[in-house]
Ligand binder design. Structure first.
Ligand SMILES: [Zn+2]
Length: 84
């Protein structure tokens, strides 16, 4: 496994073929804002847990509310964080 940060999300939309008017819009759970900014959670993997046997930093890309900074709970699954 590489420890290099990898981009998982592509914020720029390119040639979307589906009708997005029928898709749900994710809103901030706290303030109903619909504009999000990309943020990165960084987990530090201890040498014991790391597959390489060395300490590793694992970036996790999430979106946070552009107004209040809240990250939707669904994006925190698997991070070990309840609230950001
Ligand atoms: Zn918000």
């Amino acid at each position: 496994m590489s420890t290099k940060p990898q981009r998982k999300f592509q914020p720029q939309q390119s040639q979307v073929q589906v009708d997005l008017t029928k898709a749900d819009t994710i809103k901030c759970e706290d303030c109903n804002n619909v504009l999000f900014i990309t943020s990165t959670i960084i987990k530090r993997l201890s040498p014991i847990l790391s597959p390489t046997g060395k300490e590793a930093l694992v970036p996790i890309d999430v979106y946070s509310c552009g107004n209040c900074g809240k990250v939707p709970k669904s994006m925190l699954q698997g991070t070990g964080l309840e609230d950001v």
